[in-house]
Design a protein around this ligand. Structure first.
Ligand code: SAH
Ligand code: SF4
Length: 333
């Protein structure tokens, strides 16, 4: 599927054609132009030839059926992964923003594969469409989208924002901005630009350590954007938007999960408005280098943060059995 090419073809047609085509793709979720009965037959034929709607993918369903991983092959043969997480009350799609990632975090399978290329806005949207088509067969819809798949969304800023605008469109997929989240490893220029965007989209920061020394050991990007710079940008974001920010914190055994790390983290975050921030603890999904923290260590860490007045949540681990959990996506490799 090539949404960019479709836009070009439709630019030469009367404006209502674009509207009709968009409705067919994003609202009716058609998979073949023949289903677009509102378009003339000859035009459907042309579209089938030039911009077919088929998406080339394989799906992997977890044994409990709660997580579905979609391995999508793009037009140039590159592969990306998207993950559907079926919560009781909503369906969340975790999308990729790049093929690979240049930031090389040592705990992340995507980081290990290096950077191949950015995704176009169409390729980002296509991932949600792929999942939405799957859900439609069960009379369900994609309710929320998180940019927590492969890649660093703020290194592909323009395309990510363009994709969000398409996902957001009420006449299309209609995914509310409040149900969309971007996670960044702390690309400060991105946080700054995003602050000015005045979107209701949620922001998450992958912090993972309470000081630069520890952080730089696992996140080389920390040498470019240290914690002080990141927190300054987050502070401005909070002040300007009044929206909450989530700090993601990986729990890695005997690395960043000790009581003193929890206390250091609480002190660090105390410079930000308490009611606008929360910490999301993520149990490390093994990708080679480390081990996940023990249950007791996570519990203690949580208690220590709470005692210091920090709001803490814990991430449910979706999709480990199908290598579809956080940090395990590597384009099917
Ligand atoms: N590049 C962005 C978004 C994609 S990663 C970022 O880093 O924020 C989404 C989340 O998964 C991040 O918080 C990331 O740190 C986390 N993650 C990466 N590898 C992981 C692993 N092995 N186990 C658990 N979470 C991991
Ligand atoms: Fe890239 Fe995020 Fe993985 Fe780090 S954790 S390598 S920033 S995808």
């Amino acid at each position: 599927m090539n949404l960019e090419k479709l836009e070009k073809i439709l630019a030469d047609e009367p404006a209502f054609r674009l509207k009709q085509a968009k409705e067919a793709i994003f609202s009716k979720l058609i998979e073949n132009w023949n289903e677009a009965s509102n378009l003339p037959a000859a035009f459907r034929e042309k579209l089938n030839q030039e911009v077919p709607l088929q998406i080339d993918f394989k799906k992997f369903i977890s044994s409990d059926g709660v997580t579905v991983k979609f391995l999508i092959t793009l037009g140039d043969g590159q592969k990306i992964e998207s993950v559907l997480m079926r919560h009781e009350e909503r369906n969340t799609v975790c999308v990729s923003s790049e093929v690979g990632c240049p930031l090389g975090c040592t705990f992340c399978a995507t980081g290990k594969m290096g950077f191949i290329r950015n995704l176009s806005a169409g390729e980002i949207v296509e991932q949600v469409l792929c999942v939405a088509r799957f859900l439609k067969k069960e009379n369900q819809r994609a309710d929320s989208v998180v940019f927590m798949g492969m890649g660093e969304p703020f290194l592909n800023y323009e395309n990510v924002i363009a994709a969000i605008k398409i996902l957001n469109d009420e006449k299309g997929l209609g995914i509310g901005a409040r149900h969309i989240s971007i996670s960044t490893a702390g690309v400060v220029e991105g946080i700054r630009k995003f602050t000015k965007e005045a979107m209701q989209v949620n922001l998450a920061i992958s912090l993972h350590a309470p000081n630069d020394k520890l952080r730089n050991e696992i996140m080389p990007v920390g040498k470019k954007y240290n914690i002080k710079k990141i927190l300054a940008a987050v502070g401005e974001y909070l002040e300007t938007t009044g929206r909450k920010v989530m700090f993601e914190y990986l729990m890695i055994k005997n690395f960043n999960d000790r009581p003193e790390h929890a206390r250091e983290l609480a002190t660090l975050l105390s410079q930000l408005p308490r009611n606008l921030i929360f910490v999301n603890l993520i149990l490390y999904n093994p990708t080679g280098n480390f081990l996940p923290s023990k249950k007791e260590a996570v519990q203690k860490f949580k208690e220590n943060l709470r005692r210091a007045g920090i709001i803490v949540t814990e991430r449910y681990r979706f999709g480990r059995g199908i290598k579809g959990a956080c940090g395990q996506l590597a384009g099917g490799k």
